[in-house]
Design a protein around this ligand. Structure first.
Ligand code: TYM
Length: 274
């Protein structure tokens, strides 16, 4: 039997190249070696308010993007989380085995909570539901971007605690990060992770953006005060553009250095945009 993969994406905002390079691209590659379940996590999406009709539309759009990216429904399962009640049921069982302090320490919770006046309980429970998604399917591997690493550590802690309390029940899932592209940064501000919820028009490259829009966004991307690429001293914006290029092309570090050393930023951006 093949080992199993479970991963998920929230059907909110507009999917961007961070989602593709951090997660989707690996999913497409792994589906031949693993038995895969890819989940559209609408129950996670409603931890912040969603318009029901818009959420339904986004669920369909997310499924279409999975297929367009190369997920093959003949060999992989695509599941809408809310259609399988066991996700929410297991989340409750896990909630009862999870100390509150573990959840309050989650950096994503702290970041999101800091932005809101009143915090819904769902925001705190969010990683327990994510643990339920993974543990329910006894997943061996979870391909995600770097921002989910802490949630995966928590998943293993919860599984270990549950197993210790009630006997061997859950499989320990392994985090699978891409070697390049685990954390794509915003084009406008390379100190911030590229995010679906960020509203700046030049922040993210959407998977559904027109080629002309993508070109414009890349040409406006923040770089640094150097005129050209210097691998010894690069600002975060230049590192980000080079990472995007390397993640899409699969070039080695040596190929990257040979091609880009000394290249002026205008030409670097043109190359990345193509
Ligand atoms: P979500 O919807 O925020 O993101 C989906 C996937 O995209 C990755 N990602 C990124 N990778 C690189 N650079 C970025 N800037 C970037 N932004 C996002 C994320 O790491 C993720 O892999 N909680 C999860 C969804 C989830 C899940 C799960 C994932 C729910 N249950 C079970 C795995 C297993 C989330 O909000 O992802």
């Amino acid at each position: 039997m093949k080992p199993r993969v479970l991963s998920g994406i929230q059907p909110t905002g507009s999917l961007h190249i961070g989602n593709y390079l951090g997660a989707l691209k690996n999913w497409v590659r792994m589906q031949h070696d693993y038995e895969c379940v890819f989940c559209i996590v609408d129950l996670h999406a409603i931890t912040v308010h969603q318009e029901p009709a818009e959420l339904r539309r986004k669920i369909e759009q997310t499924a279409a993007i999975f297929l367009a990216a190369g997920i093959d429904p003949k060999i992989s399962s695509v599941v809408v989380q809310s259609t399988v009640p066991a996700h929410a049921e297991l989340a409750w069982l896990l909630t009862c085995a999870t100390p509150l302090g573990w959840l309050e320490r989650m950096t994503q919770f702290k970041d999101k909570a800091a932005k809101q006046e009143s915090i819904g309980d769902g925001l705190l429970q969010y990683p327990v539901l994510m643990a339920a998604d993974i543990l329910l399917y006894k997943a061996n591997a979870v391909p995600v971007g770097d921002d989910q690493s802490q949630h995966l550590e928590l998943t293993r802690d919860i599984a270990q605690r549950f197993n210790a309390l009630y006997g061997d029940t859950f499989v320990m899932p392994e985090t699978k990060l891409p070697t390049v592209g685990a954390r794509i940064m915003g084009l406008d501000d390379p100190s911030k992770k590229m995010s679906k919820s960020e509203t700046g028009s030049n922040h993210a490259i959407g998977l559904l953006d027109e080629p002309s829009v993508i070109r414009k966004k890349v040409m406006r991307a923040t770089t640094d005060s150097n005129p050209a690429v210097d691998f010894e001293s690069m600002g975060a914006g230049v590192v980000n553009l080079l990472t995007i290029h390397q993640a899409f092309t699969g070039w080695t570090d040596d190929q990257m250095k040979q091609h880009f050393t000394g290249m002026r930023y205008g030409d670097l951006k043109k190359t990345v945009a193509e």
